[in-house]
Design a protein around this ligand. Structure first.
Ligand SMILES: C[S@@+](CC[C@H](N)C(=O)[O-])C[C@H]1O[C@@H](n2cnc3c(N)ncnc32)[C@H](O)[C@@H]1O
Length: 267
């Protein structure tokens, strides 16, 4: 995710992996969906600060408005935010009159999300378009299903929060059933061409890094790299027709900031 600069495997990360191996650490555990959640538990507090203080340049300059613009253009009313973190996107959409439900695996992030949305509902009525609503629930991708969350949504969105392997595949299995007919699944992620670095351009686990972030961040999450073709296949294989692919760019440099994929459910 460019948002947290989890990107190229550094030499240091490589040695850490190697040492982990020598010490008998199971590589599968280190590079696993469980490890991702474990890392987010450890980094919830500095993450909340980084988002609320707008410390991430790519978000400030490009990607926050890029995802908001795409979602608003779809003209839906209800939005399921998968891996909502501290909930900024739900709050933003609610302020525009949408009804949002954010889910995440990390209670500390959700506590912050709930607290900030309480402030939103007590804000001046003029700052919130009537009808806007936010709710947050503690649910991870592994346990999400149309039975666990019974509502049907116009849009499901995932903003830099599809990081793993099996958990993401599982999410694609269940999300179409949680959408209304004609609903959309929108994913903003690292652009694979940019985030691949010097590694081979093929799917696989990569080590994480908090380079560029404050020293309070620890134990970066691994992430599962997908090529553009693999991202597209995830949509096509799960009743989702890709209707738009966007590549937001930095206005000052013209370089790519992210990738946004918009799939429309067809059953
Ligand atoms: C980079 S943060 C993005 C948060 C938010 N979408 C945003 O735009 O600020 C990634 C989020 O994904 C969540 N996440 C990662 N794996 C998850 C899983 N298996 N189930 C639920 N949430 C998960 C993390 O807890 C974290 O909040």
């Amino acid at each position: 995710m460019s948002c947290c600069r989890i990107a190229l495997r550094s030499e240091k990360a490589w040695y850490t992996e190697l040492l982990g191996d020598v010490a008998g650490t199971n590589l599968m555990e280190k590079y696993s969906d469980e490890k991702i959640i474990d890392s987010w538990h450890k980094n919830a507090s500095p993450w909340i600060t980084a988002i609320q203080e707008r410390q991430i340049e790519s978000r400030k300059r490009v990607t926050d408005s890029a995802i908001t613009d795409v979602l608003v253009s779809l003209a839906g009313h209800s939005v399921l935010d998968l891996g909502c973190g501290e909930g900024w996107l739900c709050r933003k959409l609610a302020s525009l009159g949408l009804v949002t439900l954010g889910i995440d695996a990390v209670p500390e992030l959700l506590a912050s999300a709930k607290q900030a949305s309480a402030t939103l509902s007590s804000a001046k009525p003029s700052s919130v378009v009537q009808g806007g609503k936010v709710e947050f629930r503690h649910i991870d991708y592994q346990s999400l299903s149309a039975k666990v969350v019974e509502e049907k949504f116009d849009i499901a969105v995932s903003n830099f929060s599809l990081l793993g392997k099996e958990s993401v595949e599982r999410l694609f299995n269940v999300v179409p059933d949680m959408l209304k007919d004609g609903g959309y699944f929108v994913v903003q992620t690292l652009h694979p061409v940019i985030s691949c670095g010097k590694d081979p351009y093929k799917d696989g686990w990569r080590g994480g890094s908090w380079d560029g972030f404050s020293r309070e961040f620890v134990d970066p999450a691994p992430w599962y790299f997908r090529t553009l073709e693999s991202w597209c296949d995830l949509f096509y294989q799960h009743q989702l027709q890709l209707v738009s692919i966007k590549e937001p760019i930095y206005p000052n440099t013209g370089s790519i900031a992210s990738l946004i994929l918009v799939g429309k459910v067809h059953r």
